[in-house]
Design a protein around this ligand. Sequence first.
Ligand SMILES: [Zn+2]
Ligand SMILES: [Zn+2]
Ligand SMILES: [Zn+2]
Length: 480
Amino acid sequence: MLTLQDLSPSTRVQAIERLTSPDLGRWLTQVQQVGRCTNPIRVVGSSETIDPATGVVLRSYSSASEPDGITYLRCGNRRRAVCESCSHQYQGDVYHVIMAGAAGGMKNVPADVADHPLVFATLTAPSFGPVHAAKKPGRRGTQRCRPRSGDGRKLCPHGRPTWCMAVHDHDDTLVGQPLCRECYDYLGHLVWQWYAPELWRRFTIALGRALARHLNLSETACRRLVRVQFAKVAEFQRRGVIHFHALIRLDGQPTETDPFPPPARTVSASELVDLVLQAAGDVSCEASPVDVHDVGRVLSFGRQLDARAVHGDADREAATGVELHPETVAAYVAKYATKAAADLADSQAGPNPHLARLKRLVRRTALRAGCAGLTGPDGPYKGWGRWADMLGFRGHFASKSRRYSTTLGRLRQARRDHVRARLNKLHGGEPVRVGDDADLAELEADSTLVVGSWRFAGIGWLTAGDAALAAASAARARDD
Ligand SMILES: [Zn+2]
Ligand SMILES: [Zn+2]
Ligand SMILES: [Zn+2]
């Protein structure tokens, strides 16, 4: 709970000014409208809603009518560490997209998709060198990090032990750090991360082929009968490399009238598990050297592949002993959609030298690749340096095939419509849309036209006092 005493003197003065201002009510409404966003976007300008047939101005709205002459928009950031409110909204959206495709019966996805074979798979990166690990209790063998093996106390070429007898707690900052940073293949790690989206793409192709072989069909014939649909998220592991969690479902060939038909050939969920493992194990991709001094690499997924059948059906579950529910998987997947590399570092006490090294190396290697002419528009490392914060991962954190279920865009549109209706009621106005994730309207339905002129005015609440009040309001909303 915020008390004014907790604030610095100048912030306190700003907060009191706001609390005693005549337009406090309107300001609080704005806070609410952006969902108590931590870091809203400030815009100034105006727009008019016009009937194109007659040219009559139906409504007009201007930020001038708002407190301080500012209109606020949600930041739309999906990262929890940046904005709790917007990341929560994003996580909810991802959950609904994943859940609709896994269980059906919501968001225009029919209930019987729940009968299609569905598999939850985790595709990991290979090892780039031993790292400290926290092992779950109760799993086979020891909980020790890396017990000594047969060859006793072997040191690495840099004189560091190749073993670790500690039992690491999950919160231990050592977890994910290499045993020897000189032995660790940092460049291999970053190149793999850069190519991970391509590996995923090839995996989906390989799965289609494996399926055709399994059904004894040509690939073309197979696609007419059985289609692979998926939704996936990328999650950063502690060692700073992503892995993919994916829900993979089989459908038939979609048509205008039936976008989610069942597969026209029987493939059981456990057969699909085998095909997924086979395809993920087979797929590889040749990476370009980062410059003339570097070697080429053949990249593949790590050996720790995991695939399990998902069932929403209690009877079937009782018969097979499978315990993976669509709800569980959707919640799990959505949770990771709001985490990023930066959050990985933030969540740890103190600086993480391993992640810091990776980040530096992205920039440095981008320069190397740049000098070798590989970062140009057609180069294999185009724009690499821009992805330092993502430790070289340029893919989407959450993505899906077109027919998996509804889209994030459609959910956002529905919310925009809702916000628009509310705004129109409130002040007969029509604020702008900024970027993909801002949740305010752009064009009205076909019958009207919105003409606006808006200017970006900054990021964040106007004063530290305003930010403190918005944060207090967010805390109160969470507690309710
Ligand atoms: Zn926000
Ligand atoms: Zn260890
Ligand atoms: Zn070493």
